[in-house]
Design a protein around this ligand. Structure first.
Ligand code: ARG
Length: 465
């Protein structure tokens, strides 16, 4: 018999093709460290509850220690004939310590084991994702400090709308991804309840101390319903959803990078080592990295859909379909982490083309709103100011001049309230400086906010130490 663990009631050996089709070892082998940790905690609990002796526990623990070493050194003889990582670990333990190894599966099933292992593994990947996000936040905030007062064109409808500071735009990215960080942290809360002890689906008749296992493995609580615990994969979907959200943000950021690097915008330079050439056009410097991140976001969305469809229609409790969750979520996490990492490295190399940014920010009547606000500060109702400035803009367009090229006399054709202080008011520098309310683009605000982000990141990193 190929698989001794469940082959008791079978006369025939498993069909080779079925084995090949159904094994999950090639995917779930990455869970081995979690599986060993869970098995250690389970054994200690079994001993405490009197199901195995101290002597047996000692043997099991030292066997698992050896097993970990072998696995870490790539010396464990993994066998796909044993289906998955869990049966491989159990069988390797029996090979190492003999009969007593067979006691380890008491009071547990692969159904609660796989759920526990995957939660432990995802928890680690989630923490790694959060670290990557924090690195990116730091990079962006550092760049925002550097460029807190540099004028940059702000867009709506992809048309130049109002001047902003480049630092302000960067901090908008920072806001997006700090929401992602919070989202991931919430997923951690969803993950952190221990399924082990639910056994196959109904629990076990043995008396267990589940809280002890939870504490040992760093879970905040134990699951409250064994049937839900073995069939719940919500946390996998929550993780996949959080990945789609940050990929969506990275994709939007990528789109902006692509535009800004485009010679027609010419707003930023990216280090050459992050660009690629064309095999035929020698002059090209292409933004392949952000294009790839934008492209990869699509497959991460696909991963989320894959998981939702996988779970849809599954009756309680465990169904083998659930084995398919791993490939999908691992791919989603892999793509997401590597995308955050590469964007972080690329953003570090951004250099603003200050003059180009300034002159674009000055174009397109970008301070028309400032003129309207100027009139309103002199008592004109905003709707009327808006109308007056609309006429000024039309006049300028017809005469092919910018607003600051008009004389006060010309301005006065539209409103007698306009005086010579108007030129200062419609300068881009004044425009950004004047936007001082919380959340607005003034350099002072930007510098304060960027520094606050850096200080918060530093403080929370220190708290973790
Ligand atoms: N390899 C399986 C999985 O990943 C483990 C659980 C198997 N349980 C079962 N009842 N066949 O889902």
């Amino acid at each position: 018999m190929k698989n001794k663990t469940w082959s008791g009631r079978f006369k025939k050996q498993i069909n080779e093709d079925v084995l090949d089709f159904s094994q999950s070892l090639t995917i779930d082998i990455v869970l081995y460290e979690a599986d060993i940790l869970v098995t250690e905690a389970h054994a200690e609990m079994l001993c405490k509850c009197g199901h195995i002796s101290q002597k047996e526990l000692k043997k099991i623990i030292s066997g698992l220690k050896k097993l970990r070493l072998l696995a870490n050194n790539g010396e464990l003889p993994w066998s796909v004939e044993l289906e998955d990582v869990h049966m491989n670990i159990e069988s390797a333990l029996v090979d190492l310590i003999g009969e007593v190894g067979k006691k380890i599966h008491l009071g547990r099933s692969r159904n609660d084991l796989v759920a526990t292992d995957i939660k432990m593994y995802l928890r680690e990947l989630l923490d790694a994702t959060v670290l990557e996000i924090r690195e990116l936040r730091k990079t962006i905030a550092t760049l925002a400090v550097k460029y807190h007062s540099d004028i940059f064109p702000g867009y709506t409808h992809l048309q130049i709308a109002q001047p902003v500071t480049f630092g302000h735009h960067l901090l908008a990215w920072q806001e997006m991804i700090s929401r992602d960080e919070e989202r991931f942290k919430n997923v951690r809360l969803m993950i952190n309840s221990l399924p082990l002890g639910s056994a196959a689906l109904s629990g076990t008749s043995l008396k267990l101390d589940r809280s002890m296992v939870a504490k040992k493995l760093g879970f905040d609580s134990v699951t409250k319903n064994s049937m839900d615990a073995v069939s719940d994969r919500d946390y996998v979907i929550d993780f996949a959803y959080s990945n789609t959200m940050i990929m969506m943000h990275l994709s939007r950021i990528s789109e902006e990078l692509i535009l800004w690097m485009n010679p027609q915008f010419n707003l930023i330079e990216i280090d050459e080592s992050f660009c690629t050439g064309s095999s035929i056009m020698p002059q090209k410097k292409n933004p392949d990295v952000p294009e790839l991140v934008r492209g990869k976001s699509g497959s991460v969305y696909g991963n989320l859909m894959g998981l939702l469809v996988l779970l849809k229609g599954l009756p309680l409790t465990y169904n083998r379909d659930l084995q398919e969750d791993k490939n999908i979520i691992f791919e989603s996490i892999d793509t997401t982490i590597s995308s955050i990492d590469i964007i972080n490295k690329l953003v570090k190399t951004i250099k603003l083309n200050k003059q180009r940014a300034y002159s674009l920010a000055e174009s397109s009547f970008s301070t028309a709103t400032d003129l309207a606000e100027y009139l309103s500060s002199k008592g004109v109702a905003f709707r009327d100011s808006h109308h007056i400035v609309g006429s000024v803009v039309k006049y300028c367009e017809e005469n092919n001049v910018s607003m600051d090229q008009l004389t006060v006399v010309e301005f006065n054709k539209f409103s007698k309230l306009i005086e010579s202080d108007i030129y200062k008011c419609i300068s881009v520098t004044h425009s950004v400086n004047a936007r001082k309310n919380a959340g607005s683009t003034s350099p002072k605000n930007v510098l304060k906010n960027a520094r606050l982000v850096l200080a918060t990141l530093k403080k929370t990193a220190e708290n973790k130490k």
